[in-house]
Design a protein around this ligand. Structure first.
Ligand SMILES: [Zn+2]
Length: 70
């Protein structure tokens, strides 16, 4: 049986390491802003997590403002 988000009761995709609390993707990002703290429940969300991690670490606008790097 899939876990449920403790906030909105949707199907959870992340759980806190060492805890039984689980969150859906949206709530996880809203709560923690960084899903690095969380454990993925579904492999499927791997791509999304990678994108979110990347955006957070790079400051999102890296691609759009290449000229600023010079
Ligand atoms: Zn939720």
């Amino acid at each position: 049986m899939p876990k449920k988000c403790i906030l909105c009761d949707k199907e959870a995709e992340y759980s806190i390491k060492g805890c039984s609390e689980s969150y859906c993707k949206q709530c996880a990002i809203e709560q923690f802003h960084d899903v690095d703290y969380l454990q993925r429940i579904q492999e499927e969300s791997k791509k999304i997590v990678a994108l979110v991690d990347d955006a957070l670490e790079e400051g999102i606008s890296d691609d759009e403002e290449m000229s600023e790097e010079e």
